[in-house]
Design a protein around this ligand. Structure first.
Ligand code: FNR
Length: 316
């Protein structure tokens, strides 16, 4: 029920303005090359990804949510973009959910989880990556939240030292500060998803599930743009993934120009899938793939590396 509540409340939220609106891309009036010259591929954790944006963790567990993941799998295969399924935690409790969890993609678990369970989940899901999500604020607001915070850092340390696959330390919409990024580098974690404020806000979602709301908690965190600014000087030491409030291909190239290697999209793709279906999502992703290329032409960037810093701050 909780997973379905999350989806319902996430889709009810209609945020329009984000921190990325305070940036503008470096627009060139004269294109210097054509569509076939543009290479949108990127590299994350040493792997080549054909496209720099992907479907980020959303859900898993229960018939409806497992169906959503089935649909995302099909869409991602068809479009050639990556897909990161949502939390494996329902699969820890139910054989049915374990069997339904997408195999061969990525596995997602929170830092509250026992490292042994995380290592077993990696094996069972045949995952290529483990997204270790961190969401202390959500756990505080969530009525049934886990409060074993004293074990989180030790869990992170143990999983990152024992994991046979690359670890992505992932925020869930509250952004990352410098200390968090440095901590990940110190633990030799290959990538962080800074998942900043501006899109889905889990403090707001959990308040929506409470009668005694603490709405002031909804204002805590770092925006996606702020987190990327902080992360920029560490981008040669750790792969930076951006997410949080990504609405369109312009947001994607802005994040890439701000130093991200790849950009995750959750709410907007979920919304299209739930409201319009698989075919509509495929059509939308194909449009994004093409428009990312168009934008790279406008920015005179033949590849992702050439997007670096082709962006400026504007009055908003
Ligand atoms: C999420 N997100 C998420 N993240 C995660 O690591 N594990 C999870 O299980 C979930 N579950 C989940 C459910 C729903 C309904 C949504 C909308 C999102 C967080 C997600 O991956 C992302 O970090 C944030 O949602 C910010 O991105 P958007 O939604 O603003 O694009």
């Amino acid at each position: 029920m909780r997973k379905k509540d999350h989806i319902r409340l996430a889709l009810a939220d209609k945020t329009k303005v984000t921190s990325l609106d305070s940036y503008a891309i470096d627009y060139n009036s004269i294109p210097l090359f054509g569509l076939d010259d543009v290479d949108t591929s990127t590299s994350v954790c040493g792997d080549r990804w054909e496209y720099p944006f992907f479907i980020n963790a959303i859900t898993a567990g229960g018939e409806d949510c497992n169906k959503i993941n089935q649909d995302f799998m099909e869409v991602s295969k068809k479009c050639g973009i990556n897909f990161f399924p949502g939390s494996y935690s329902p699969a820890l409790k139910s054989k049915e959910d374990e069997e339904a969890y997408p195999k061969g993609y990525s596995v997602n678990l929170g830092l509250d989880k026992d490292p042994q369970l995380v290592l077993e989940a990696i094996e069972k899901s045949q995952a290529k990556y483990i997204q270790l999500h961190t969401n202390p604020l959500q756990e505080i607001v969530m009525p049934e939240g886990d409060h074993n915070f004293e074990s989180w850092y030790a869990n992170l340390k143990e999983v990152s030292s024992k994991s046979p696959i690359p670890v992505i330390l992932k925020e869930t919409g509250f952004g990352m500060n410098e200390a968090t990024i440095k901590l990940a580098i110190d633990l030799n974690i290959p990538a962080v998803d800074i998942s900043g404020m501006g899109g889905t806000n889990f403090a707001r979602i959990e308040n929506g599930r409470r009668t005694d709301k603490s709405t002031y908690l909804e204002a805590i965190g770092y925006t996606t743009a702020e987190s990327l600014e902080i992360a920029y000087s560490y981008k040669d030491k750790i792969d930076i993934i951006a997410s949080g409030g990504i609405r369109n291909p312009l947001d994607v190239v802005k994040c890439l120009a701000l130093g991200a290697k790849a950009v995750g999209v959750s709410k907007i793709f979920l919304e299209i899938l739930v409201n319009e279906g698989k075919a509509a999502l495929i059509q939308e992703i194909e449009k994004w793939k093409k428009e990312v290329k168009f934008l790279m032409i406008l920015m005179n960037a033949r590849n992702i590396a050439e997007l670096d810093k082709k962006i400026r701050k504007v009055e908003f």
